[in-house]
Design a protein around this ligand. Structure first.
Ligand code: SF4
Ligand code: F3S
Length: 106
């Protein structure tokens, strides 16, 4: 499956959700995750993310391996999102900043 990684935190652009043919994105307060049990590896979402937050599970950036389990866990807790919405208000400021995992809201 594909995995949403750190760059999404505090940005949440949501361009990714509209292209998913199996509705596997789930939304939290400042992050989205992919349900690994639903993802069919179609690859459509990966190029949609303006901050390149989406990777195949086997290719997540070094140091971000924890996001694989985090996507699986939070997909069980958060509701499905299928329609694009406005990004978080200060998304631009947070683009590409390191260390955002500590800022993840559940
Ligand atoms: Fe959905 Fe395809 Fe992305 Fe998986 S790879 S989350 S099925 S759009
Ligand atoms: Fe996040 Fe990128 Fe989707 S910022 S909400 S993974 S478009």
């Amino acid at each position: 499956p594909f995995v949403v990684t750190e760059n999404c935190i505090k940005c949440k652009y949501t361009d990714c959700v509209e292209v998913c043919p199996v509705d596997c994105f789930h939304e939290g307060p400042n992050f989205l995750v992919i349900d690994p049990d639903e993802c069919i590896d179609c690859t459509l979402c990966e190029p949609e993310c303006p901050v390149n937050a989406i990777y195949p599970e086997d290719d997540v950036p070094a140091g971000q391996e924890a996001f694989v389990a985090l996507n699986a866990e939070l997909a069980q807790a958060w509701p499905v999102i299928t329609t694009r919405k406005d990004a978080l208000a200060d998304a631009k400021e947070w683009e590409g900043k390191p260390g955002k995992l500590d800022l993840l809201e559940r």
